[in-house]
Design a protein around this ligand. Structure first.
Ligand code: X5A
Ligand code: ZN
Length: 651
């Protein structure tokens, strides 16, 4: 047998790639996230171009399947139902239809995408069968392998691969395709495909999938290994049902080496259709297995030894965008080059894998004699070595695959470096934004602290201040009252004083009068002797009166002195009260100043807070700007790829 590897030395292998953006129109009706999203195929297409592999392939655009082709495996009713989706005006009608199926969403673009997905696999299969292409990859969605004769399910509307197989066998007999091998390495069981060729010996359906005792999607026992087909098709259906997740390259390769490859040798297909889901890949959110790029390329390479390398890959599941794109990239590389980067790698299988392989071989050996051969299994490694080797190869594979993936990306290096510089810019902007945010946070903390302090002031110090303020106010009031009292007392004292002054004046006048009288009497004594006695009596009388007046005067004088002492005392009191009042006023003013200072500090904090908010806003705008630049560079990048493509075409 001529291997594909040898033929690649004679001439370049022609690999078809089919992608049609209209298949992205199938999406969730309300824009909710869903693993089976348009980006899956968009991203594969992008990576194939960035790596430069797409430029080495024959690029085809999609075409819709004909109803006649679809009805080879589906009921007329089902075909019409999918067709009718596009004419429905409302999402609610489609939602109702979708709800009648298991794991199906529908929108206005679903019908067109489903027709394109099926038609595209038909187109690639036809070109490979004709020999126009050596092999091909139909990058399609929605996927197909769960879709049954009269039922959409598991994200699948039409069974794309089954339609293509049936089309080649039934409508293109001229192409001489008599035996078709369908290999389904999607992590889910290809229940639809199994049913469609259940009794058909022309189609050998092989599916390796998680079964988990019937609990993995699609649940039930249809995917178990005892389901081998019926009637003429008995023995032409092979299931390899994993008992659990965690399966890896070594497990898959063991199944290839000990089941699929020997059977394929015996069956000797004219063409191989590959239901290429990548949801068994490492990192897939649904699959829970760990197949690497290396595993996929080994499995594909082993299949290329058959059917003269006529392989038609059709995308099924696979929900980790990166895993799907990188696995696709490596498969296309294998199809183009017909060889692997490396041909063997040491790794041990799960313990359960050997038991499973033996059970499947036993069940199928009546139909495939080569499965009766004694199983030559790699010797088991002792416990720690086995364990360590799995870890070691995990690491090695990770390094190898990322290294080679990045080698493929070298073509886009210049663009990548400008993208890198923008990324750095964005990163530094993000860093400064972070700093600004931190500063803002610190300021906020400070403001909060200040507020707390003010609050505390209100709650405690302020209360204390208020108490003393109240105390001072009360004291000031008392002082005022005291002052008023002193003033009124002073007024009264003044009235008293006026009265005594009046009294004193009167007494002085009387004394003067009496003295004048005494002088008058003395003059009259000299004149009249007889009158002297009577005059003496009057003089005594006046003298006594004068004495009384003197005494009165002395009393008034002493009272006046006392009043003066009172007055001095009141004056002193008044002075003291005024001083106290002034002190209280000063304290009140000082406290007012402090309050005002605090208020202005708070205002200042508010202002700087606003300023930082402004800066953060500016930062966000700058970020948006850089993002849009990034988008432009992405456009450049696409342009560059386009140019590269053209250049290589010219070349
Ligand atoms: C094509 C495919 C998965 C469906 C899972 C439903 N379908 N839970 O991978
Ligand atoms: Zn799947």
């Amino acid at each position: 047998m001529t291997t594909a590897g040898e033929s690649s030395e004679k001439r370049r292998r022609k690999v078809g790639l089919l992608y049609d953006e209209r298949m992205c129109k199938h999406d969730t009706p309300d824009g909710e996230d869903h693993p089976e999203c348009p980006d899956r195929i968009k991203y594969i297409w992008e990576v194939l171009h960035l790596s430069g592999l797409a430029q080495r392939c024959v690029v085809l655009s999609g075409s819709k399947a004909e109803d006649k082709q679809l009805q080879l495996v589906h009921t007329k009713k089902h075909v019409n139902l999918v067709k009718s989706l596009s004419t429905k005006k409302k999402d609610s009608k489609r939602n109702k239809i979708a709800s009648e199926f298991d794991s199906i969403y529908l929108n206005g673009g679903s019908s067109e995408a489903a027709y394109l997905a099926a038609g595209s696999v038909v187109e690639v299969a036809e070109k490979v069968a004709e020999g126009e292409l050596d092999s091909g990859f139909a990058i399609v969605r929605p996927p197909g392998h769960h879709a049954e004769e009269d039922e959409a399910m598991g994200f699948c509307l039409f069974n794309n691969v089954a339609v293509a197989a049936s089309y080649l066998l039934n409508q293109r007999k001229d192409l001489g395709i008599k035996k078709i091998l369908i290999v389904d390495w999607d992590v889910h069981h290809g229940n639809g495909t199994q049913k469609m060729f259940w009794k058909d010996p022309r189609v050998l359906v092989f599916s390796v999938h998680r079964h988990d005792g019937g609990r993995f999607y699609p649940t039930g026992d249809d995917g178990d290994y005892d389901k081998v087909g019926e009637g003429a098709g008995e023995g032409f259906n092979i299931n390899v049902p994993w008992e659990q997740g965690g399966c890896r390259d070594a497990d898959y390769i063991a199944v290839w080496d000990h089941i699929l490859i020997p059977v394929t040798k015996e069956f000797n297909p004219d063409i191989i259709l590959l239901s290429a889901g990548f949801d068994a890949a490492i990192g897939d959110p649904l699959g829970g297995c760990s197949v690497t790029l290396y595993g996929y390329s080994v499995m594909l390479k082993k299949l290329m030894e058959f059917a003269q390398g006529k392989i038609v890959m059709a995308l099924e599941g696979g929900y980790n965008l990166e895993s799907v794109a990188e696995s696709s990239l490596w498969c296309v590389h294998v199809l183009l080059e017909g060889k692997l980067f490396q041909s063997s790698i040491e790794e041990y299988t799960l313990d359960s894998t050997r038991r499973l392989v033996q059970a499947v071989r036993k069940r199928l050996c009546p139909y495939w004699p080569s499965l009766s051969d004694k199983l030559t299994w790699k010797p088991e490694a002792p416990f720690p070595v086995k364990h360590l080797s799995r870890c070691f190869f995990d690491l090695l594979l990770l390094l190898l695959t990322s290294f080679f993936f990045h080698m493929w990306m070298k073509g886009a290096k210049t663009i990548a470096s400008s993208v890198h510089s923008i990324k750095q810019q964005v990163e530094s902007l993000l860093a400064s934004l972070e700093v600004a945010l931190e500063e803002k946070e610190a300021l906020q903390t400070r403001a909060v602290n200040a507020e707390t302090k003010v609050a505390e002031l209100q709650g405690e110090d302020k209360l204390r201040l208020k108490v003393s303020l109240d105390k001072y106010a009360a004291e000031a009031k008392v002082a005022d009252e005291h002052l008023a009292q002193v003033c009124s007392e002073l007024r009264e004292v003044k009235i008293d004083l006026d009265f005594y002054r009046e009294l004193f004046k009167k007494a002085s006048e009387e004394k003067k009068l009496a003295e004048e009288h005494v002088i008058k009497f003395g003059d009259g004594l000299e004149k009249e002797a007889s009158e002297k006695l009577s005059l003496k009596v009057s003089l005594d009388k006046y003298a006594a009166e004068a004495k009384v007046a003197d005494e009165h005067l002395a009393q008034v004088s002493s009272e006046l002195r006392e009043v003066k002492i009172d007055l001095d005392f009141h004056r002193e009191l008044f002075k003291k009260a005024s001083e106290e009042k002034k002190l209280v006023e000063d304290q009140v003013i000082k406290f007012g100043d402090e309050l005002q200072k605090e208020a202005s500090e708070k205002l200042r904090l508010q202002i700087s807070r606003d300023r930082y908010a402004e800066e953060v806003k500016e930062g966000a705008e700058h970020l948006a700007k850089v993002r849009s630049e990034l988008r432009e560079v992405q456009i450049d990048l696409n342009l560059h790829s386009e140019l590269l493509k053209k250049a290589s075409e010219v070349k």
